[in-house]
Ligand binder design. Structure first.
Ligand code: FE2
Length: 175
């Protein structure tokens, strides 16, 4: 549900929530001053799906954002647990893990060919990552507005692997 500046400013919030909302409004002003068009959406329930298959595709799973054109993701946490990142060398695409790929092939019901690659892409399975053994995710922290790289054709840098915190009452994050 879209949330306007006025609605955000009028929300009944705790002092910490008010601080977060004020920072969110200020960040939106900053983004608009850079000719960007931020929009806020109110999402109440951003939980992992317990019935998801071998590659859950919700935002609490490590993933990269992708687009057919050049674009960045702006990410910030304002209250509660913050988003996390994973260095590219610490991340492995889940579709490249043999056991997971085998399960996805069964779901696809065909050969490991171009059609399968398309299937993986259509379902965003190819955008999700598993931490390699011993990997240490890093925290983005709160109130820092991050500009992170996405996957788009021709991007000169690898995309940033990241995940949102599991939504709990009192959290206020956006990306
Ligand atoms: Fe994302």
């Amino acid at each position: 549900m879209p949330l306007t500046d006025e609605e955000l400013a009028a929300l009944p919030l705790s002092p910490a929530g008010r601080l977060a909302a004020e920072a969110m409004l200020a960040d939106q002003r900053l983004l608009r001053a850079h000719d960007l068009a931020p929009s806020l959406n109110l999402i109440h329930d951003c939980q992992p799906d317990p019935a998801a298959g071998p590659v859950p595709t919700d935002v609490t799973s490590f993933h990269v954002d992708s687009a057919p054109v050049e674009v960045d993701t702006w990410l910030c946490t304002y209250l509660g647990a913050c988003s996390e990142g994973l260095a590219n060398e610490d991340a492995r695409r889940k579709v490249e893990v043999p056991e997971i790929r085998a399960q996805l092939l069964m779901e696809y019901g065909g050969a490991d060919d171009e059609g399968f690659a398309e299937f993986l892409h259509e379902h965003s399975y190819d955008s999700h990552y598993a931490p390699r053994p011993g990997a240490q995710p890093y925290a983005f922290g709160r109130f820092a507005l991050w500009r992170i790289a996405t996957r788009w054709p021709g991007s000169p840098v690898p995309p940033c692997v990241h995940r949102a915190p599991v939504n709990r009452p009192g959290n206020l994050a956006c990306c």
